[in-house]
Design a protein around this ligand. Structure first.
Ligand code: S3P
Length: 427
């Protein structure tokens, strides 16, 4: 479906609320399903990706009851209480669902078959299959891709695994498998990636030991579910409005209750380095995750260069950082971002192709990143989201701050932020 987003005429003002964090929402249902008492999850992200996880946890025997749009009660049957599913498990578009559950089901020794949509079927799963197989898992795939079958094994043994890339999905898959393994499992990271799994596992009573660049989990007998989990609002969704407020004149907004876990705040560091006027207020910790209200005002931005030192802390925000760079003085150079080529689409190619439809020559693609030339004239044009939610939302902000845009495959925003266009159209 095509969608026209118009130029925003006035600055962004007032307070904005955002849906729950996608990563935390996935993990809240998965871990609650391994407890033995009801967990009330508040500010759960009601979007396609997280609903894929909730549906699968239901197929595995957990009781999932929605008590409102964004509130649900999950009741598990204990750590060893998952049932073998009777139907194929469909992870849809969601890499987090598939990868984390490959680890969980291999650990729990539950036979299951996974499928997913066209995008997920192209994404690499060998990075998960290889270490899980070393632990003893029995996984069949189609050359490292979907469809994937988890078969019964003789049980897993704990290993020490040095990850070849900074990936929270891989780290989490191994930690979830490690819950059930014989002996400790240690995962060594080449760079920081989001740590929601470690935090939530610890909150459920698992024995987690964190080193500077490693995490060790001991096998657990049971998990102790908390009564409530409050999911922070998603910094990755707020990021679109953070950048919109910076680049649209006369803006002054407060983004409420945003998750500011330091493994996720690379976007704030980069935007501040570009000259962004961003203030974190009312910082507090809720259910083991830091949250804050973020004030953002229109700012004069300059180009920056960044790469591997920060990549894991802002990987999902690269498309919207490219939009900020389009309005900055000078060039912005994004390096060491090769992981973008294996996201929901090849995001480097998508940014280059679609952004250049609005501003010819603005993005120059490199092997593992791209260069943005700021302050080129930006025109109205049609451009494809390539069915990628983050490309659709970034195009919308690029157009809203310029002369408008027609987004092809605009409905992809439903993966992580179904109310996105409604919020944008308030301005
Ligand atoms: C996620 C981890 C990241 C991120 C994805 C969500 C998670 O992927 O891009 O959107 O919830 O663990 P990688 O693990 O591939 O870096």
């Amino acid at each position: 479906m095509n969608k026209i987003v118009n130029k925003v005429k006035n600055g962004l003002m007032g307070e904005l609320n955002f849906p729950g964090d996608k990563s935390v929402s996935h993990r809240s249902v998965m871990l609650s399903a391994l407890g033995a008492s009801p967990v009330r999850i508040v500010n759960f992200l009601n979007a396609e990706d997280t609903l894929s996880t909730a549906k699968i946890m239901g197929q595995l025997g957990a009781k999932i009851e929605f008590v409102g749009d964004t509130e649900l009660i999950v009741t598990g049957n204990g750590l060893h209480g998952l049932n073998a599913p009777t139907a194929i498990l469909d992870a849809g578009n969601s890499g987090t669902t598939l990868r984390l559950l490959m680890g969980l089901l291999s650990g729990a020794n539950i036979a299951a078959e996974f499928t997913g949509d066209a995008s997920l079927s192209k994404r690499p799963m060998k990075r998960i299959i290889t270490p899980l197989s070393t632990m003893g898992a029995n996984i069949e795939s189609t050359d490292g891709k979907l469809p994937i079958r988890i078969k019964k094994s003789e049980g897993l043994k704990g290993v020490t695994y040095e990850m070849p890339m900074a990936s929270a999905q891989l780290k989490s898959a191994l930690l979830l498998a490690g819950l059930f393994a014989n002996g400790k499992t240690t995962v060594i990271e080449p760079a920081v990636s989001r740590d929601h799994t470690e935090r939530m596992l610890a909150a459920f009573g698992a024995s987690i030991l964190r080193g500077e660049n490693s995490v060790t989990i001991e096998p657990a007998k049971e998990l102790i579910a908390p009564e409530n989990i409050l999911v922070p609002s998603d910094i990755s969704s707020a990021a679109y409005f953070m950048v919109a407020a910076l680049i649209i004149p006369n803006s002054d907004v407060i983004l409420k209750d945003i998750g500011v876990n330091p493994t996720r705040t690379g976007i704030i560091d980069v935007l501040k380095k570009m000259g962004g006027n961003i203030e974190l207020n009312n910082k507090r910790t809720v259910c083991g995750e830091e949250i804050a209200d973020i004030r953002v005002r229109s700012s004069k931005l300059s180009g920056v260069t960044f790469g591997k030192e920060i990549m894991g802390r802002l990987i999902d925000e690269i498309p919207i950082i490219a939009v900020a760079a389009a309005f900055a003085d000078g060039k912005t150079v994004v390096k060491d971002a090769g992981e973008l080529r294996v996201k929901e689409t090849d995001r480097i190619k998508a940014i280059a192709t679609s952004f250049n439809k609005l501003a010819k020559g603005m993005i120059e693609e490199t092997e593992n990143g791209f260069v943005v030339t700021g302050k080129l004239p930006i025109n109205f044009a049609a451009a494809d989201s390539f069915n990628d939610h983050r490309i659709a939302m970034s195009l919308a902000i690029l157009g809203a701050a310029a002369k408008g845009v027609e987004i092809e495959n605009s409905e992809s925003v439903n993966i992580s932020y179904p109310g996105f266009y409604d919020t944008l159209e308030k301005f």
